[in-house]
Design a binder for this molecule. Structure first.
Ligand code: GAR
Length: 208
């Protein structure tokens, strides 16, 4: 991903507490970090992440999906807002809406997501519960480029999280979130430094 002008201008889409947004805001606070956050968009007015954006002095807007008659019109408004803010790259950070194939193709290889499992295992909304119910001994998180299919696309970084005896979904998700908070800024740093290449649906990370 070439940097067009200085730091890679990034938009972040959220629906909830925004701890991953916070990790990205913190990383972007370092003067030598190669990306900056230009806009935060939430589809929910009560998303805690909006306050995080405000505290960081980053522009944020609410685009309530319920106000739009179709997924296409909702996604078109997100696309318009991102472009108006000069956004070049998009991070989904707990954004709980499935984006339309048209939007995903518009932002192909400029759109990434963080998911709380080691993809391709445990796709979907309840990935943490799925891992617990499956009886696996380890799960984790994945940062990947987004494709139209849910929780699919070339994998950039993953981190493993062991499952401990007596884990609840909440306890396990807390430890997965900690792993996400390390992986997501690192993935953005690699991308914004031009070190991530996608070819034939596989990622190569170039060494410096
Ligand atoms: C994160 O664990 C993220 O992986 C997950 O939602 C959480 C958001 O937390 N995303 C998905 O499940 C998407 N399929 P946050 O709002 O504190 O960043």
């Amino acid at each position: 991903m070439p940097i067009q002008s200085g730091r890679l201008r990034t938009g972040v889409l959220i629906s909830g507490s925004g701890t991953n947004l916070q990790a990205l805001l913190d990383a972007c606070g370092a003067p030598d970090f190669p990306a900056e956050i230009g806009l935060v968009i939430s589809n929910r007015a009560d998303a805690g992440g909006l306050e995080r954006a405000r505290r960081a002095g980053v522009a944020s807007i609410i685009i309530p999906h319920k106000d739009y008659p179709s997924r296409e019109s909702f996604d078109a408004e997100i696309d318009r807002a991102l472009r108006e803010a000069g956004v070049e790259f998009v991070c989904l950070a707990g954004f709980m809406r499935l984006l339309t194939p048209g939007f995903v193709e518009q932002w192909r290889d400029r759109l990434v997501n963080v998911h709380p499992s080691l993809l391709p295992a445990f796709k979907g909304m309840d990935a943490v519960e799925q891992a617990l119910n499956a009886g696996v001994t380890r799960t984790g998180c994945t940062v990947h480029f987004v494709r139209p299919e849910m929780d699919a696309g070339p994998i950039i970084l993953q981190a493993e999280v062991p499952i401990q005896p007596g884990d609840t979904p909440e306890r396990l998700h807390d430890r997965i979130r900690s792993a996400e908070h390390r992986c997501y800024p690192e993935a953005l740093r690699l991308i914004a430094s031009g070190r991530v290449k996608v070819a034939e649906e596989a990622v190569t990370i170039l060494s410096i």
